[in-house]
Design a protein around this ligand. Structure first.
Ligand SMILES: Nc1ncnc2c1ncn2[C@@H]1O[C@H](COP(=O)(O)OP(=O)(O)O)[C@@H](O)[C@H]1O
Ligand SMILES: [Mg+2]
Length: 419
């Protein structure tokens, strides 16, 4: 039998561009509309659970923006929990200088901003050194200095034919104000952008993050409610999930074919969540390739295959998160997972009611406090209407599987007790 070398097209992994980006056409159109703004009145928040495809969509936006003559600056802010105001300044200057270092600062711009044109406080190029020199020489508070600097940068680059600059920050939910340290980096960023946008400097913010992001921004500055439009990325519907499964195989022109039943099963088990689709498809593809080595027309027991894959997914994706949860938190999470709508959302009151039936019940205040701890550890979040959801997709199903497994093991122990 001829051996064909077939590479697996699926890409499970944070930030890995999928072979086919399914079901995000309306978000892409929405972003193209934002690019038409000549005065920025609307910034963008891209939000959703982990693994839903925020990072790859942000990466998809980048070339669209560049083609539409916008400059693009940005980074992943996942390490920014300890960021302070000074670090935000360094961050902005670093991101900006990467774009502007080949642009020249003209003497009329210097003059317009009150710099002595004969005095060489800076060299001619808007590189990091020049930007920080200018920043230092501007009087006032950090926010005044930043605003003036950004305005000056725009004055230099607007003649180059660009519509503006997009500042794209991924994992932006990690940014926080720290009142106890008198550090307000998040508010600083929002104040500065709001102020320069009002002065017609077309610098647009695109922030990506978990669902805690938007409430966090509004808490820092209430005006953010009017400053941003939010795209909430959800799971893919059946048609889009099918495309996410089928198109990569068609594109790769390979001998692997998933049957109709297998596709239905993959959609069901993945819940339409993009990360899970990639994960399950990658594994299924590998199983198929293995079988092809044995037979030219492999038969796959897809139910058994899905069981094996789910076990692997539990270990790779969920187990680490579950291991960090205390016994008491597990009990509460099990109560939540057994609520009828726990896959969507649940209320504090529902949890309180249901927890009353436990052998060791929880008081309402204890539940309140535990929900807040679970929120901080990224397992649940509170939405704008005061209701809660799991912050990890399909967590409730995992918890129910764990419960079944515990009961099964317990049953075995009772049947075969250790002597
Ligand atoms: N629209 C989509 N269609 C198919 N696969 C996708 C889609 N969006 C994301 N993925 C896949 O899902 C996984 C998670 O994407 P990622 O952008 O890292 O999610 P997030 O940033 O929301 O945590 C990646 O493996 C990616 O290839
Ligand atoms: Mg991401």
């Amino acid at each position: 039998m001829a051996i064909t070398v077939v590479s697996n097209p699926f890409r499970p992994g944070a930030g890995h561009m999928p072979p086919y980006l399914a079901g995000r056409d309306s978000e892409i159109e929405g972003f193209k509309d934002l690019l038409k703004q000549r005065v920025v009145v609307t910034n963008l928040i891209l939000t959703g659970l982990r693994g839903v495809g925020k990072t790859v969509l942000l990466d998809t936006f980048r070339p669209l923006a560049i083609n539409a003559k916008w400059l693009w600056a940005g980074t992943d802010l996942s390490e920014s929990a300890s960021i302070n105001e000074e670090k935000i300044v360094v961050r902005l200057l670093t991101d900006l200088s990467a774009l502007t270092s080949s642009f020249i600062i003209k003497s009329e711009v210097k003059a317009a901003f009150g710099f002595n044109t004969t005095q060489e406080i800076v060299n001619h190029f808007l590189d990091y050194e020049t930007l920080s020199e200018i920043y230092k020489s501007i009087p006032g508070l950090v926010s005044d200095k930043l605003k003036t600097l950004l305005e000056l940068v725009w004055s230099c680059i607007k003649q180059e034919g660009f519509h503006g600059i997009i500042f794209a920050y991924d994992e932006a939910q990690t940014m926080s104000d720290h009142a106890e340290k008198e550090q307000y980096p998040l508010s600083l960023l929002l104040d500065v952008f709001q102020s320069i946008q009002r002065k017609n400097v077309p610098f647009m913010m695109v922030l990506t993050g978990l669902p805690t992001l938007f409430p966090k921004l509004v808490e820092a500055r209430t005006f953010t409610e009017r400053m941003f439009t939010t795209m909430f990325l959800s799971r893919l519907n059946t048609k889009d999930s099918e495309e996410a499964i089928l198109k990569p195989i068609q594109k790769a022109i390979c001998p692997v074919r998933f049957t109709k039943n297998a596709i239905e099963e993959i959609i069901k088990c993945s819940g339409g969540y993009p990360y899970f689709i990639q994960f399950i498809c990658k594994e299924a593809f590998d199983i198929y390739l293995q079988q092809m080595k044995i037979s030219e027309n492999p038969f796959i027991d897809y139910r058994k295959a899905i069981e094996d894959i789910t076990r692997k997914l539990d270990i790779d994706f969920f187990a680490g998160r579950w291991a960090r949860v205390t016994d008491r938190q597990r009990e509460l999470l099990q109560v939540i997972a057994s609520l009828p709508d726990s896959d969507e959302e649940f209320s504090f009151q529902e949890v309180v009611e249901s927890a009353k039936s436990l052998p060791k019940p929880f008081s309402a205040s204890h539940i309140n406090q535990m929900l807040s701890t679970l929120t901080n550890s990224g397992l649940v979040y509170k939405n704008r209407h005061g209701r809660y959801s799991f912050a990890v997709p399909l967590l409730s199903q995992y918890i129910r599987r764990q419960q079944k497994e515990t009961i099964r093991k317990k049953g075995q122990l009772e049947l075969f007790p250790k002597q």
